[in-house]
Design a protein around this ligand. Structure first.
Ligand SMILES: Nc1ncnc2c1ncn2[C@@H]1O[C@H](COP(=O)(O)OP(=O)(O)OP(=O)(O)O)[C@@H](O)[C@H]1O
Length: 483
């Protein structure tokens, strides 16, 4: 089998020679050109596994070649060589469809890493990989079809991608798809929630540390960058990164090198960066919360995920896919009106909320048949003024939850039903889940007391099914005298 062939286009004879020698030493065949015209003629004649081109050429810009090769349909990856410090050119080339870029002066170890990644990309394209991997992404609405096409295209490059979309709309799933369809699929996909790492630990978590670098560093440890080497690093909730860490991250992304805490030398890393946020990153730049240079680096290609309420055509296949995953094939069905009730709901928590709604509904469903009453959709049920104080906490969020507290003192009906902790209108509960549980326990307790523990009546007062009430009582450990 012949070696993969690379086309090098550069008008600087010295650099061209250096590139040729490096590529030949890697066991590759090389053709060289000094002008766009020569390169076009070679490209028309032969199939290349990679084209490596300088940006400025005597008869035009390397960018033209990037576009022409993209339009040729051959799927050949093109990498551009950019002048030192010209981040703008790199971004323009990536946006135009370049596979990757390398800055002058060309660091040979970085060049080899990039060439190997490009060759892998060519190989998998030739083998037809990536066309239809096992996808968990459900939906064929026009918005989803466009998203899939974009994902397939983005999987073929190294360009940093910034994914935006509401919470639960599938940002991480989209990032995983891009990774799975890329030539990096065999290497790790690491997702990091930037908002969840304490600031003091961030550098160690991202870049790793050497043994003895600080008190408690008893062993050498890799960071996220080393762990994702060869693969993809997803920076989730990237807007939450503190400014000091943004500087370090920018450097790592630009240089493609990281230094462990306590190390004297940097190590090269080959990581594709995908970032995600549900915040408006451009707005964060305006308010000084996010560095413009990092924004510019991360935001090369933007991928927007539509909220579920804007692609209701996907609701039915999503419901059946999720139910199949939760209950097994053919084990759960929908009663009359369920799909319509779901359609009428706004799903502020998007697909994740749909998963939660269905999981809870399944627990209440009789013989696997989910009825409208099992759904307990929050916003779908109007809050009647008389019942407003019984509205579930999620409708009256915690900050406004104070009015939920009973006007009259609660008489304990069972040992497990306790009075609410005093949270005044201006205060916030110290532990939200505990507070909400107590609100729920208190309301169920009062309903049971008012109905002399008639569960059917209590459930009806609260607008939930008896099965649901039983479930909540069990969960909250509420006992009645007849239990
Ligand atoms: N199109 C889809 N098909 C099937 N499942 C989906 C789809 N979109 C999202 N999901 C599922 O919904 C859940 C939430 O998705 P994901 O974690 O990717 O959302 P996210 O936008 O990253 O959320 P967050 O903003 O909270 O981090 C996951 O379980 C995911 O598998």
């Amino acid at each position: 089998m012949s070696a993969p062939r690379v086309l090098v286009l550069d008008d600087e004879a010295d650099l061209r020679e250096l590139l040729e020698i490096t590529l030949l030493k890697m066991g590759l065949d090389v053709d060289s050109a000094a002008t766009l015209r020569e390169a076009r003629a070679l490209f028309d004649e032969r199939d290349y596994a990679l084209v490596l081109t300088d940006m400025r050429l005597p008869d035009g810009l390397g960018l033209e070649l990037v576009r022409e090769i993209g339009a040729s349909g051959k799927g050949t990856p093109v990498a551009v060589i950019t002048a030192y410090g010209s981040a703008e050119n790199a971004v323009v080339a990536l946006k135009a469809g370049a596979f990757d870029y390398i800055a002058k002066p060309v660091a040979l170890d970085a060049l080899r890493v990039m060439v190997r990644a490009a060759l892998k990309q060519s190989e998998s394209a030739a083998a037809g990989d990536g066309a239809a991997p096992d996808s968990r992404m459900i939906g064929s609405s026009p918005a989803m079809a466009a998203l899939r096409a974009q994902i397939a295209r983005l999987a073929r490059s190294m360009a940093p991608i910034s994914i935006t979309g509401e919470s639960g709309s599938g940002k991480e799933l989209a990032a995983r798809e891009i990774h799975a369809q890329s030539s990096r699929a065999a290497k790790p996909f690491i997702a990091v929630n930037c908002g969840a790492i304490p600031e003091t630990l961030m550098e160690a978590e991202f870049f790793g540390y050497r043994k003895g670098a600080f008190t408690g560093a008893s062993d050498e440890r890799d960071g996220f960058f080393q762990a994702a080497n060869g693969g993809t690093l997803m920076l989730d909730e990237v807007a939450d990164l503190p400014l000091a860490m943004q500087v370090k991250l920018l450097r790592a992304i630009q240089e493609r090198r990281v230094r462990k805490i306590g190390a004297t030398v940097e190590e090269p890393v080959d990581v594709r960066i995908i970032s995600a946020t549900h915040q408006d990153l451009a707005r964060c730049v305006e308010t000084g919360k996010f560095r413009q240079d990092l924004f510019y680096r991360l935001n090369v290609i933007e991928l927007g995920l539509p909220p579920l309420r804007e692609r209701l055509d996907d609701l039915a296949p999503l419901v059946s896919g999720i139910l199949q995953r939760l209950a097994g094939a053919g084990q759960a069905t929908l009663g009359a009106g369920v799909l319509d009730a779901l359609r009428a709901y706004s799903f502020p928590g998007n697909v994740r909320e749909l998963e939660n709604v269905l999981e809870r509904a399944l627990a209440f469903a009789n013989d696997g048949v989910i009825e409208v009453g099992d759904l307990s959709l929050k916003a779908a049920r109007p809050i009647e003024p008389a019942r407003a104080e019984l509205a579930p906490p999620a409708v009256a969020p915690p900050v406004a939850a104070a009015p939920v507290a009973p006007a009259a003192p609660v008489s304990p009906i069972a040992p497990t039903v306790s009075a609410l902790p005093g949270v005044g209108p201006a205060e916030l509960p110290g532990n939200l889940p505990e507070y909400l549980e107590q609100v729920e326990r208190d309301i169920i307790g009062r309903a049971l007391q008012q109905t002399q523990f008639n569960r059917t009546q209590a459930a009806s007062m609260l607008g939930i099914s008896v099965r649901q009430l039983r479930y909540q009582m069990q969960k909250l450990d509420i006992s009645a005298p007849d239990d």
